[in-house]
Write a protein that binds this ligand. Structure first.
Ligand SMILES: [Zn+2]
Length: 428
C-alpha cells in the first residue's frame, strides 16, 4: 500500500531547503519600523540632533542616524515635527496602592484583596505607560508580591505596560509603617512588610524577597523612634549586592539617614529633612536621592487631617531640600511616590505634576529630563538596555510636540509612545 505521507520519499536536501525557506520567510516578515525623528534628544548630553532616522526591529533599536536607509516594506512613523526621546522613568511608585487616608493607611491592606490590588496595579501601569513612562521601580506596599505578578504578566506580553522593577515586601524594624495597632490585632502588616530587627533578620528578609522574585530591595529605616543601625544597613546592602540587586531606603533625615548613607545603601527615598551636611555626605559616597517632593495639592489630598504637618509648609520644606540637593550636586533619579489620584487625573498625570516642583526648585529642564531618563536608568541598573536611543537598546521611545529641554512641561503633552518596539499611542 502506498504511504500517504508526502515527505516519505524526500531526501535530506529537501529538508535543508525547507528549513532555509522557513527561515528566510521569517526574516522577511519580521517587521521593521522606521521612525523619522525631526528632533532627537540625547538626555545624557542635553542636545538635539535634527533629521534622524531610527530603525526598530524585534523590539530593539537596530540603527540610528541621519543617513540610515529605510528598508523596503518598513512601516514608517512620521515624527518630523516632534521631539523624540527615550521613555520616562519613575524610580519610586506604588502601582497597587490607592492612598485614601479618610479610611486610614492601614485599611488599604485590611480591606482590599491581593486580587483587587493586582488589578488596580495593572490598570495603573497602563495609565502610566500612556503618558510616557516606560519604566518604573515599584517600591513595595504591593499586596503580598502582587507587583511581581504584574511585572511577569507584562513581561509575558499578556498586557501592555511599562518595565516594572519590584522590591517585594518592605523590610522594616518591628511594625512596618504602622503605628500603635492594638496588640489583639496581631501582625497584620506582615501582608506588606517583613519585620527585621537584627543583622541576621535583615539578611534573612533580603533573601526572602529575592526568593519571591524581587528585582531590588527596599527598607524603611525610620518609621518609629527605633531605627536601623549602620551594621543592619550594611547587612542589607551586602546581601542584596551579592545577589546583584540594589538597595534603597525610605528615610527622612538625621541619624537614621546618616546610618543609611554610611551603611552603603544605593539610594535614599524621600530624605525630606536632609541637611546640607548629609547631602554632602551622599555626594561623597555616591548615594542617589530619589526625592519624591510632593506638590502641595497632592499632600492636601493625601492627608486632609494635616497629620503630616500643614501641606503648604511641608511642600515648601521638600522644595527647599530639592533646591539644596541640586545645588550640592547629589545624584538624583526622578521618583514621585504618587499614590493617589486627584479628581480628573489618572496616576500618570499625577506623576507628571511633580515636574512643577522641579521647575519651582529652579532645576534646569535638561537636568530634570536626565533624572527622568539616563540617570534613572543608571540608578535602577537598567542603563545597559534602556534609557537612551542607541543601537542595541530596547525601543522605548516617546515624542512630545514641544521641546522638553526648553520647558520640561512639554512632557505633559506626550503624543507618541513606543514600548519594546510596539506602538502604544500615536496622536497626530
Ligand atoms: Zn513610597
Amino acid at each position: 500500500m502506498k504511504n500517504q505521507n508526502p515527505f516519505q520519499d524526500r531526501g535530506l536536501d529537501f529538508y535543508i531547503l525547507l528549513a532555509v525557506m522557513v527561515l528566510t520567510a521569517g526574516l522577511a516578515f519580521a517587521q521593521t519600523t522606521a521612525i523619522r525623528a525631526g528632533n532627537l534628544i540625547d538626555p545624557a548630553a542635553g542636545t538635539v540632533a535634527k533629521g534622524q532616522i531610527i530603525l526598530v526591529k524585534d523590539g530593539r533599536i537596530v540603527e540610528v542616524g541621519p543617513a540610515v536607509t529605510i528598508p523596503a516594506g518598513a512601516e514608517v512613523i512620521d515624527l518630523t515635527n516632534a521631539w523624540v526621546l527615550p521613555g520616562l522613568m519613575d524610580a519610586h511608585t506604588h502601582i497597587t496602592l490607592d492612598f485614601n487616608t479618610n479610611a486610614g493607611f492601614d485599611s488599604i491592606y485590611l480591606r482590599e484583596s491581593s486580587a483587587m490590588r493586582a488589578l488596580r496595579g495593572l490598570r495603573t501601569a497602563q495609565d502610566i505607560l500612556q503618558v510616557g513612562f516606560t519604566a518604573v521601580k515599584d517600591v513595595g506596599n504591593d499586596a503580598n508580591y502582587a507587583a511581581v505578578d504584574i511585572r511577569d504578566a507584562i513581561r509575558k506580553g499578556w498586557f501592555d505596560g511599562p518595565t516594572v522593577l519590584t522590591t517585594g515586601k518592605i523590610i522594616a524594624p518591628f511594625g512596618g509603617q504602622t503605628h500603635r495597632i492594638a496588640p489583639e490585632q496581631g501582625f497584620f502588616w506582615l501582608f506588606e512588610y517583613i519585620d527585621a530587627d537584627s543583622v541576621d533578620e535583615v539578611r534573612k528578609a533580603v533573601r526572602e524577597n529575592i526568593y519571591y522574585g524581587a528585582d531590588a530591595i527596599k527598607l524603611v529605616a525610620d518609621n518609629s523612634t527605633f531605627y536601623y543601625t549602620v551594621d543592619e544597613i550594611k547587612a542589607a546592602a551586602g546581601e542584596a549586592h551579592a545577589a546583584g540587586k540594589m538597595v534603597s531606603v525610605h528615610v527622612m533625615g538625621g541619624e537614621p539617614a546618616r546610618n543609611v548613607i554610611l551603611g552603603g545603601a544605593d539610594g535614599i527615598d524621600h530624605g525630606f529633612y536632609l541637611t546640607d551636611e548629609l547631602l554632602q555626605l551622599m555626594k561623597e559616597k555616591g548615594t542617589w536621592l530619589i526625592g519624591t517632593e510632593f506638590p502641595q495639592a497632592h499632600l492636601e489630598q493625601m492627608d486632609p487631617s494635616g497629620s503630616m504637618g500643614a501641606a503648604k509648609e511641608e511642600a515648601a520644606k521638600e522644595l527647599d531640600r530639592l533646591k539644596r540637593a541640586y545645588k550640592i550636586g547629589v545624584k538624583m533619579a526622578f521618583g514621585t511616590d504618587s499614590v493617589s489620584n486627584l479628581p480628573g487625573k489618572n496616576r500618570g498625570e499625577m506623576m507628571l505634576d511633580y515636574l512643577d516642583m522641579w521647575d519651582a526648585a529652579g532645576v534646569p529642564p535638561a537636568a530634570t529630563l536626565k533624572a527622568m531618563t539616563t540617570d534613572a536608568a543608571e540608578f535602577m541598573k537598567i542603563n545597559k538596555t534602556r534609557g537612551s536611543i542607541a543601537k542595541g537598546m530596547a525601543a522605548d521611545i516617546i515624542a512630545a510636540s514641544a521641546n522638553p529641554l526648553e520647558s520640561i512641561q512639554a512632557l505633559r503633552q506626550v503624543s507618541f509612545v513606543m514600548k519594546d518596539g510596539k506602538v502604544i499611542k500615536k496622536r497626530d
